[in-house]
Design a protein around this ligand. Structure first.
Ligand code: ATP
Ligand code: MG
Length: 554
């Protein structure tokens, strides 16, 4: 983008802090819970956290928030690392909250010794019953006044596995009448006899989010701990714990979660789509996971550009997915190689061109490329595939493509004139017969004939077959997440159209995964990651124009 953008509110805070020399360098962290694949909402957080330290100097840690042993898996850890790297960011350190379990345990003992934490034998229902409401104070637990010695003994025995899940918790001793409900003696540790993906069976007590997150920030001397708005009420507890533990004073800042129209940005719901087989895995090209977007043909540049443009907000809102697609179109326009592919083939024969003869014509790879994309040779012969929709038996008004007696240019080749056509018994066109004008070859046209239409084609003898997948939005409504349980009923049943027999120009036979193409007049495409040389599969990344914007204006 050319226009100069103002600072976002977090950059303003950072610049102020640097001006006051509060910090020598900025340290942020991106703290995913490894319980699913990253999605476009996470990309926004990644760009913000890594963007700050790139801009102001310092580094960003990748910290796996793996304090809940039940939902976490190593597969997710690997995918998250891969996605952050692919987006173009390098982390300072790869860290795991579970690496701090020993330190956190020591911190808990410190609080107990200060008389600021106690072991509670109440069940979670009993704790909830005494919690009060936002307008009414809570009541003290009957276990609140245990002695430090008794608390130390019980907490150690909790750790040693003497008690059953849910039978005891460690709670901070703050104020049961506090106006902030989270400050009413929050639970710090719970008993869970569960296997952890990294610490195995070493622990059967696990710290709660509030007793892990801020402490991990502090251990890493994170200067700016950025999270989403739902953590605003947690900030008071975040600061209280850091103060009482007398550890490095990291500071928490909140920004609004990013949601996108026609998509889901919740790992739990995305997991449901995968498990219930609505999609073909986490990296299904219709998923707005980073891996799905990558397989669909999105580029890291386009995703970063999108995150940049939506910026950082203080209030929840929903961003038009059309903007993400627009960012992709803009980038691909500059980098995608132009190729000719016929998706719905009908045969065209040039009756005055010698059968069996082949000549090469040259076509530009990308006229929009920064340093001239060069040209490639394409074989031309007397039998071609063209798009069925480029011929009309009875032409409509202002029809500039093929029709009986009409002339068009074959892209990068000759002007042809339609002389005749054949139909089968059902009335389908089976063959179009044309003549060509030998003097009209592109680049050396001395024919003096001007035509308004240009159509793409491939030579039948030289073309290869490929499968082409056309994707549409996975959901029919703008905000499928609005209805908590009902989001599955908004799934678009026509989100995938498979074309089994498309014909591609020969240069595409050796297409490599990750390469971006513009199939002329058809959209932007990329090779699917599961494509093989024997069975080529291309995914449509995005259409050439925003067809949805047009529809909604009708
Ligand atoms: P989910 O509900 O999808 O599991 P989460 O917030 O629980 O989301 P985490 O793995 O805990 O997911 O998130 C890691 C980081 O990414 C957090 O700092 C979180 O605030 C941020 N994040 C997650 N979703 C979004 C979103 N939609 N927009 C912006 N930031 C997000
Ligand atoms: Mg979470």
């Amino acid at each position: 983008m050319t226009e100069e953008k103002g600072l976002n509110f977090i950059e303003e805070i950072v610049e102020e802090d640097l001006k006051e020399k509060k910090y020598l360098q900025i340290i942020t962290r991106f703290p995913p819970e490894p319980n699913g694949y990253l999605h476009i909402g996470h990309a926004s957080s990644i760009c913000l956290n890594f963007g700050l330290t790139q801009k102001y100097g310092g580094y960003t840690n990748l910290r796996f928030d793996d304090t809940n042993p039940v939902t976490e898996e190593t597969e997710y850890v690997e995918s998250i690392k891969n996605d952050v790297k692919w987006l173009g960011f390098e982390w300072g350190n790869e860290l795991y909250a579970s690496d701090y379990f020993d330190t956190l345990y020591e911190y808990a003992i410190k609080l107990i010794k200060k008389g600021l934490a106690y072991v509670d034998d109440s069940t979670s229902e009993e704790i909830a019953a005494l919690k009060g409401t936002p307008t009414e104070p809570g009541k003290n637990s009957p276990y609140r006044n245990r002695s430090v010695e008794e608390n130390l003994d019980l907490f150690e025995r909790m750790k040693n596995g003497e008690f059953a899940d849910g039978s005891k918790t460690l709670r901070a001793k703050i104020d049961m009448a506090h106006t902030n409900m989270l400050m009413r003696d929050p639970v710090l540790y719970r008993i869970k006899h569960a296997h952890h993906h990294r610490t195995g069976d070493k622990w059967c007590i696990y710290p709660m989010y509030d007793f892990a997150h801020g402490q991990s920030d502090s251990i890493e001397t994170v200067t700016h701990s950025i999270c989403t708005l739902e953590f605003v009420p947690h900030r008071e507890l975040y600061d209280w714990l850091i103060e009482k533990l007398e550890i490095y004073p990291s500071k928490q800042y909140e920004f609004a979660r990013r949601n996108l129209t026609y998509t889901i940005t919740s790992k739990r719901k995305l997991l449901q789509l995968v498990n219930d087989k609505y999609v073909d895995g986490w990296d299904d090209p219709r998923m707005t996971t980073i891996s799905g977007l990558r397989r669909r043909g999105f580029t890291p540049e386009s995703i970063r550009d999108f995150c940049d443009r939506i910026g950082v907000a203080k209030r929840e809102n929903i961003v038009d997915i059309g903007l993400l697609e627009h960012c992709l179109r803009e980038h691909l326009n500059k980098v995608a190689l132009r190729r000719m592919v016929v998706l719905d083939p009908v045969k065209l024969v040039i009756t005055n061109y010698p059968a069996g003869q082949t000549e090469e014509v040259y076509s530009e790879n990308n006229p929009e490329a920064e340093n001239n994309g060069g040209t490639r040779a394409i074989p031309f012969s007397n039998e071609l595939w063209i798009e069925r929709e480029d011929f009309m038996e009875v032409p409509a008004k202002k029809w500039f493509r093929l029709a009986p007696g009409a002339m068009v240019r074959l892209k990068s080749a000759y002007i042809i004139k339609c002389e005749d056509f054949a139909k089968d018994e059902n009335g389908n066109i089976t063959e179009i017969m044309c003549t060509y004008i030998p003097e009209s070859k592109s680049g050396n046209d001395t024919s003096g004939i001007h035509v308004k239409g240009t159509i793409h084609w491939v030579s039948i003898r030289h073309a290869a077959k490929a499968e082409v997948r056309l994707y549409d939005r996975l959901f029919k409504v703008e905000n499928p997440a609005a209805e908590e349980d009902d989001f599955l009923s908004y799934i678009n049943p026509n989100s995938l159209k498979v074309i089994k027999t498309a014909y591609i120009e020969p240069s595409l036979k050796t297409a490599q995964p990750g390469a971006q193409f513009q199939f002329i007049r058809k959209g932007y495409f990329t090779l699917d990651k599961y494509s093989t040389p024997e069975n080529l599969v291309f995914n449509r990344s995005v259409t050439l124009k925003d067809t949805w914007a047009k529809e909604s204006k009708k």
